[in-house]
Design a protein. Structure first.
Length: 549
């Protein structure tokens, strides 16, 4: 179904009708009635196509509709939520089966689906409410603020454009671009994948807030592998992200990406596995962003300050220095671009009906605030527009566009000289330089290690006397948050944008990190786990080289 502004407004009207009916009548005698309700409808339509060697292996055009209902009992001061909702597994509840909504958006079907979902949500909220009463008899919950913040009423509606994805154009693009791999017979299992997504959100609440927004995303992925003589698979990939049609990659960009991947894998093939290491390291902006995202960003999510299961690393650090005094840390979902590149973390209104706004988390090294949703955090009375979710999960405070800024900036060459000096002063055989990373993860709960991990894809040893760079592989970097941020030495000038997806308790959400290179006096690298495979028994079938376009 093609959505436009008029259709979305009609859907919002229907949602509000059912919401008002629920506000008036959703009450079991002798039990608390809702003090707040909201509905969020998410309509997604998209297209994905992937293939290799000039052929499409799969393409799929899809559309789906998700419904979310929030029902809160008690009062803003004290309702049924416990631990910021982080410990509640909503996927095991009856309401989970009523998340899918009607794709053709007929009014009667929408109202029926919301009615069924709300019934389940109300009964689940009642159970949670009485469970919390029992908990309060024997425990003091770590929450001195409100359970749910009061926010200004929001009315926001942006024009919704009809989006038409051409399956034929996407398949032709994959055929033309993946055909170029025929000239690289040493690359294993190469592919080109292109994905488009149109995401429309429609929201109403019992407080009178409402919004309609449209967000578009595309992603092109080029990836290949190489099998080493010892049987280890090495991979290299190029990701191209955008939010507008004009940013769709051209054939020349894909060809350049394929050549870059081929050269990268040839370089990786010549590299040697690295032994564990602890010492100074120079990271590109991508590595800096990953460390700040995993080691700090997740630990500044507001719900983690009130949950009994969390380590609450920075809960008592507001007003105190947690980073070197030259550093500011900002999360700004209102940023649409950086250096001409679209940002995945941009949005105008969050999933709780609160306007997005820039938030300075750390100023001159001092922690000023947290990422906040409407879940109450002691010392803070309002959300700062960071409540986000994927599907059935409750919204929680999440990063959007995380920006790392430093007042002291150096060129890459100056940072490398500082790395070499630090290595010489410590009489180490080499320093480490990380120029590319692929992913990261962290644990924030108190029952496990407070640590983070990053997976670098381009790692070099640097000779402290000559500056010679030697590529190595099969390592990941690890650390603990407080130790990592105390060992920052210097930052670079040039910022790197990394668009990706972030996973947490409220699901997967699109995010961006913007950060400069960073020199740290201590980074620990550990060996990565590797499986060893036999080479193919038969050689690859004959294949003619691709013609250049």
């Amino acid at each position: 179904m093609q959505l436009d502004t008029a259709t979305c407004r009609n859907v919002q009207k229907v949602m509000n009708q059912e919401l008002q009916r629920g506000v008036r009548g959703l009450h079991l005698p002798g039990h608390p009635k809702p003090y707040f309700m909201s509905y969020l409808l998410q309509y997604r339509e998209g297209l994905t196509a992937w293939g290799r060697y000039g052929s499409v292996f799969n393409s799929d055009q899809y559309g789906d509709c998700d419904l979310y209902a929030e029902v809160r009992l008690g009062s803003y001061k004290l309702d049924q939520t416990v631990d910021g909702g982080l410990t509640t597994d909503l996927g095991d509840r009856d309401s989970y089966n009523w998340i899918p909504g009607p794709q053709d958006l007929r009014p009667e079907a929408i109202r029926y689906a919301l009615w069924k979902l709300t019934q389940h949500k109300y009964f689940e909220a009642l159970k949670d409410y009485y469970d919390k009463k029992k908990i309060l008899v024997e425990q003091h919950l770590p929450q001195n603020g409100r359970s749910f913040t009061k926010e200004p009423r929001v009315s926001f509606s942006e024009p919704v454009e009809e989006v038409r994805f051409s399956r034929k154009k996407a398949e032709d693009f994959v055929r033309r671009s993946s055909d170029l791999f025929r000239s690289h017979r040493k690359l294993l299992d190469p592919y080109v994948n292109i994905r488009f997504l149109n995401h429309v959100r429609i929201f109403v609440s019992s407080e009178g807030s409402r919004f309609i927004t449209q967000q578009k995303y595309f992603e092109a992925v080029v990836k290949a592998w190489h099998l080493t003589d010892e049987g280890v698979y090495l991979s290299s990939a190029k990701y191209l992200y955008g939010r507008h049609d004009k940013e769709l990659p051209k054939a020349a960009e894909i060809e350049e990406a394929i050549e870059e991947i081929a050269a990268d894998l040839a370089d990786l093939k010549r590299s040697k596995p690295m032994d564990p290491y602890a010492g100074p390291a120079l990271l590109s902006g991508a590595g800096t962003g990953l460390i700040f995202h995993e080691a700090i960003g997740h630990r500044l999510e507001g719900e983690r300050m009130t949950s009994r299961s969390e380590g609450r690393t920075f809960a008592t650090k507001v007003g105190k220095r947690i980073l070197p005094e030259s550093i500011d840390l900002i999360d700004d979902p209102t940023l649409e671009t950086w250096g001409g590149q679209s940002l995945y973390g941009h949005y105008r209104v969050d999933d709780e009906g609160v306007r997005a706004r820039p938030v300075t988390l750390v100023k001159d090294g001092v922690l000023e605030t947290f990422l906040l949703s409407r879940s109450g955090v002691p010392g803070f009375t309002h959300s700062n527009g960071h409540g986000r979710r994927e599907r059935h999960q409750d919204p929680m405070a999440r990063m959007a566009n995380l920006v790392v800024k430093s007042k002291e900036q150096y060129s890459w060459d100056e940072l490398k000289e500082m790395l070499m000096k630090e290595t010489r002063d410590r009489d180490l055989p080499y320093g480490i330089m990380i120029t590319k990373v692929s992913s990261g993860e962290t644990r924030t709960d108190r029952y496990d290690f407070q640590a983070f991990k990053g997976v670098p894809t381009a790692v070099f040893t640097v000779d402290p006397k000559t500056g010679r760079e030697t590529r190595v592989r099969d390592v990941s970097f690890i650390g603990t948050p407080l130790a990592a941020i105390q060992r920052i030495k210097a930052f670079g000038r040039d910022y790197h944008v990394d668009n990706s997806y972030c996973f947490a308790e409220s699901g997967s959400v699109p995010v961006s990190t913007i950060a400069p290179p960073m020199l740290v006096e201590e980074l620990e690298l550990q060996k990565s786990h590797s499986n060893y495979y036999r080479p193919p028994v038969l050689a690859m079938p004959p294949m003619t080289a691709a013609s250049r376009r």
